[in-house]
Design a protein around this ligand. Structure first.
Ligand code: DQA
Length: 139
C-alpha cells in the first residue's frame, strides 16, 4: 500500500516550534520511525508552506497513492482550495492534527478538510500520524 503524508505550513519547524504544543521531535526523525514500523507499506512524505503546492501534491497523489494523511496545519482553517482538491480526487484522505484543535482558539475549530475526509485524528501528538496510517492498513 502506497501512502503519502502531506504536511502544511510551519510543520517543517517541528522539534523547535512551540514545543509545549507540538513536542521536541522533528518530523524527519519521526518519519524514519514510521517507515520502520510500517515497513510493509510504502510511505512518502511532502511538506510545503505554500497553499498551491499543497493542492498540487493532493492532485498528483490521486494517480500515485492509495491514501493521503493530511495535516494542512493553518490552511485547515482557511483553505477552500484544499477542501475542494480533496473533493476532486478519489484517493481517500485522513485529516490529522498533532494538537487538539478543539481545546485551542475558536478559529482552529473550523476545518475545510473535515467534510471531505474519510476520517479525522486529532490531538494525539505525532502519534496522530501513526493512527492515521494504521487506519488505512488495518482496513
Ligand atoms: C495543527 C493545528 C493547526 O491549528 C495549526 O495551525 C498547525 C498545526 C496541528 O497539527 O495541531 O500548524 O494542524
Amino acid at each position: 500500500m502506497k501512502l503519502l503524508i502531506i504536511n502544511g505550513p510551519n510543520l517543517n519547524l517541528l522539534g523547535t516550534r512551540e514545543p509545549d504544543t507540538y513536542g521536541n521531535e522533528s518530523f524527519e526523525e519521526y518519519f524514519s520511525k514510521l517507515q520502520f514500523k510500517f515497513r510493509d507499506a510504502e510511505l512518502s512524505y511532502e511538506q510545503s508552506n505554500i497553499e498551491g503546492e499543497l493542492i498540487d501534491a493532493i492532485q498528483k497523489a490521486d494517480e500515485d497513492f492509495d491514501g493521503i494523511v493530511l495535516n494542512a496545519a493553518a490552511y485547515t482553517h482557511t483553505s477552500v482550495g484544499i477542501g475542494d482538491a480533496i473533493k476532486a480526487i478519489s484517493t481517500p484522505v485522513v485529516e490529522v492534527h498533532i494538537s487538539n484543535t478543539f481545546s485551542r482558539e475558536k478559529f482552529r475549530h473550523k476545518s475545510y478538510i473535515s467534510p471531505n475526509a474519510v476520517g479525522i485524528i486529532i490531538g494525539f501528538g505525532l502519534q496522530s500520524y501513526d493512527l492515521a496510517i494504521s487506519s488505512f492498513i488495518n482496513k
